[in-house]
Design a protein around this ligand. Sequence first.
Ligand code: DGY
Length: 331
Amino acid sequence: MTKWNVYVTNEIPQPALDMLAEHCDLEVNREGKPLLKSTFLQKIQGRDAVLCLLTDQIDAEVLRAANQAKIFANYAVGYNNIDIPAATAHGIMISNTPGVLTDTTAEMAWALLFSVARRVVESDNYTRMGKYEGWGPMLFLGQDIFNKTVGIIGPGRIGLSFAKRAKAFDMKVLYTGNKANPQFEHETGGQYVSLAKLLQNSDYVSIHTPLLPETFHLIGEKEFKQMKNTAILINTSRGPVVDELALVKALETGEIWGAGLDVYEWEPKLAEGLSKLDNVTLCPHIASATIETRTKMGMIAAVNIIAAMKGELPPNCLNPEVHKSSSRQKT
Ligand code: DGY
């Protein structure tokens, strides 16, 4: 079998690169930042496969330039950065990395929730700055978590993992999505409600929905008005699910109490005013960033490329019809 020529658009954990290097000739962008589009378009020409990141916009122009590519393996579970219909039209398979980052991402959503509710970052800064002069009964009063109500938007894999952990804090779980999910209810005791009811009744709202046309700005001005003034919003999914300017306003005016964000509408840029607020914890899209999980994500992307190279259907192929029609052509 001829070795495939693979381009990796950024450094990923070494075990995944080693795995790919056993089977393929590799070039890795080691500049530590995404390539300029013009360089990217050149780099992918003549490659059999590309291992890309969620920061790479894989649009029709890119897919056209990848004149020999059989697969783009996305190093993420989300794939809103890829024009899948255009990839299918070009006969290019697309894969993602589902499953391995579920619990890691759910844990990060909890980390943000705790951080905002108990004002961890704010009080850490205060202590470091030498402002702590002694215990005070009114110092950094936060919100209890136990016995409260948590609302989960999107009861998929990550939403379920997040919800299961709510049991440990004796919380009531509400959830909303396209339809009721009996497995979710069985595992979490969660109650299916409308988005409006969830927002009105939740002390914590955690977003776990993919970015789709119908989830763009799912939470905006109207929704912030429906939330409790004491509510905290957590977003570890995709930034544009929340109208970020409306969020800044809701946080400034006290319409909601706080927010914990790992993703942003114009990532990596933040909406004007967001970083000036004390009632937010802001992280740089690190929900899946543990050594174990980022390594597994790389291995999965590598496995998908290697399967494609062997003529097999990559296990996480999002457009399997491309594989079917190419194997039909061969027989
Ligand atoms: C994903 O995989 O979609 C996350 O946003 C990054 O791991």
